[in-house]
Ligand binder design. Structure first.
Ligand SMILES: Nc1ncnc2c1ncn2[C@@H]1O[C@H](COP(=O)(O)OP(=O)(O)OP(=O)(O)O)[C@@H](O)[C@H]1O
Length: 229
């Protein structure tokens, strides 16, 4: 059994109820789970079962209705928004189905951005970004804007941007959802290699069973209830 301090993410008895006017939409019903340092975990489940909601709560992007979330062993429920944002920026990286790269900036500038926002010196930020872009196989596309990259290359750049701050855990929502099978397999290989070399944990929400099966552990959400798959 892993100790609490070995966990990058954990939640206890997590509930989420969305409010829609006079109506309540209950989505998560008492979720307990954790992700250990260096671990890779997939969450699968039918559309609408609450996967993205759970990922947002675990990433501190939204608040639970009840229950607790810990990022790097720290309970985020009672933190100020600023402290929560700081902890999130220090510890987590995010990858989405659509890359969300800024179209008017090059791959290098997009990947350096999180470091520049942290006030790293420009030359160091660009050097670090270039090294990570090399690691994801995009060393030859540094000056290309997102519109000048292929779908798979854009997703590689998005992964590089998530990893450039060396987060303990990357939370990925359908990272291969928008890619053909061959390109998706390249992204799967990349995530596995980065997990091995950076020791980054990955928590991946996906419908892609090929991707899920590459993770060390698969959990299934069924109408807001999580079980081991
Ligand atoms: N802001 C919101 N207000 C009200 N209901 C919401 C809101 N966001 C999500 N929901 C509802 O919560 C449920 C779970 O949504 P969620 O996006 O977490 O599912 P999902 O498993 O990620 O689905 P998919 O695989 O289709 O992306 C859905 O029924 C959705 O309609």
């Amino acid at each position: 059994m892993n100790k609490a301090q070995d966990m990058v993410l954990a939640c206890q008895d997590l509930h989420k109820v969305y409010k829609q006017g006079r109506f309540e939409v209950p989505v998560l019903f008492g979720i307990n789970m954790s992700v250990a340092k260096g671990e890779t975990v997939a969450i699968v489940g039918a559309s609408g079962s609450g996967k993205s909601t759970l990922l947002h709560l675990l990433g501190g992007l939204d608040s639970a209705s009840s229950g607790s979330v810990e990022i790097m062993g720290r309970d985020i429920q009672h933190m100020s928004e600023a402290d929560r944002g700081y902890l999130r920026n220090q510890s987590l990286g995010f990858v989405y189905q659509f890359h969300h790269l800024l179209p008017e900036f090059s791959a290098l500038e997009n990947v350096a951005m999180p470091l520049l926002i942290r006030r790293m010196a420009k030359s160091e930020a660009y050097q670090t970004a270039e090294a990570v872009l090399n690691d994801v196989g995009l060393g030859h596309r540094l000056s290309h804007n997102p519109g000048e990259l292929s779908g798979g290359e854009r997703q590689r750049a998005a992964i590089a941007r998530a990893l450039v701050t060396r987060p303990a855990c990357v939370l990925a929502d359908e990272p291969t959802g928008n890619l053909d099978r061959h390109t998706a397999e390249g992204i799967q290989d990349l995530m596995m290699n980065l997990n091995a070399s950076y020791k980054t944990s990955f928590l991946v929400v996906t419908h892609d069973m090929n991707l899920a099966s590459r993770m060390q552990r698969i959990m299934k959400l069924d109408d807001g209830v999580l079980t081991n798959a």
